[in-house]
Design a protein around this ligand. Structure first.
Ligand SMILES: NC(=O)c1ccc[n+]([C@@H]2O[C@H](COP(=O)([O-])OP(=O)(O)OC[C@H]3O[C@@H](n4cnc5c(N)ncnc54)[C@H](O)[C@@H]3O)[C@@H](O)[C@H]2O)c1
Length: 267
């Protein structure tokens, strides 16, 4: 189940967090991976870790807001591994500000990564994904990192929610466009709940601030009280969902959203 033997994946924002864990699980499933990020030192360290566990991995500097970085990263991946089967648009930033606090510059920065980055990834990886789709029984794959905040409203960070809502519907629309054109590229999104990563810490910091405290434990207890499963997500919980979506076991899924949120949006 969930095998990726012989597949090549490019994961944006995978120097750490959910992306790095996904790279690790993809290698375990038989894939070769390229990690693109702006955190060059951390990204190279992640690649060294993957290689020391016997995996084939490269690091490529990739600011997802820059077209020229995508072009160079895709050339690096294809040069090293000969093609691209899976794109994971994972890079994302969190704002943690109210509508009243956020400036236009904050909004543009957020959009640049969370929206422009996803559009550029899908657009510029398309020729390589189309080519490998022809060699694969179930085609190529794009997985976009949305969020529960891309399904329901977020009282703490409405602008982040707006960008992730965009990712949710872009996923469906891209899936339909590629299917209409006969490209054999499945496009799905994943919707994590609060997950224990650097971004998860930022979410808790924002929650604490909105509770009028800087006590993160208090914010954590408040978050846990609302979680049916009674714990926060781990990067592994989310990475397993991404590996499934990238594998042929999800061959009949496109334009779908996989919710991995401990039940938070069920209520
Ligand atoms: N952690 C959560 O609670 C949570 C919940 C829902 C959705 N998500 C989504 O999951 C994805 C991964 O988040 P994470 O929790 O691992 O966070 P993280 O902050 O640990 O990792 C995000 C990564 O994206 C990279 N990044 C930021 N700007 C970039 C840019 N311009 N170009 C390339 N890389 C860039 C960062 O350097 C970092 O390595 C994000 O899209 C996030 O919105 C996270």
């Amino acid at each position: 189940m969930n095998r990726l033997d012989g597949k090549v994946a490019l994961l944006s924002g995978a120097a750490r967090g959910i992306g790095a864990e996904t790279a690790r699980l993809m290698i375990e499933a038989g894939a070769k991976v390229a990690i693109g990020d702006v955190l060059d030192e951390r990204g190279r360290e992640t690649v060294r870790m993957l290689e020391s566990a016997g995996g084939e991995a490269i690091y490529t500097h990739l600011d997802v807001t820059r077209e020229e970085d995508w072009t160079a990263s895709l050339s690096a991946v294809i040069g090293r591994f000969g093609g691209l089967d899976i794109l994971v648009n994972n890079a994302g930033v969190f704002l943690g500000m109210s509508i009243e606090e956020a400036t236009l510059a904050d909004w543009h920065r957020l959009c640049g990564v969370n929206l422009t980055g996803v559009f550029l990834g899908a657009k510029l990886a398309l020729p390589a994904l189309r080519e490998s789709a022809g060699r694969s029984a179930h085609g190529s794959v794009v997985v976009n990192l949305s969020s529960v905040a891309g399904l329901v409203g977020s009282s703490g960070d409405p602008l982040y929610s707006m960008t992730k809502g965009g990712v949710t519907l872009f996923t469906k629309s891209a899936a339909l466009e590629f299917a209409r054109k006969g490209y054999r590229i499945r496009v799905n999104s994943i919707h994590p709940g609060t997950t224990e990563t650097d971004m998860g810490d930022q979410v808790l910091t924002m929650r604490a601030r909105n509770l009028g405290t800087n006590n993160l434990d208090q914010a954590r207890q408040q978050a846990l009280a609302r979680l049916p499963i009674g714990r926060m997500g781990t990067a592994t919980d989310i990475a397993k969902g991404i590996v499934f979506l990238a594998s042929d076991d999800a061959a009949f899924m496109t334009g779908a959203g996989l919710v991995v949120d401990g039940g938070i949006t069920a209520q």
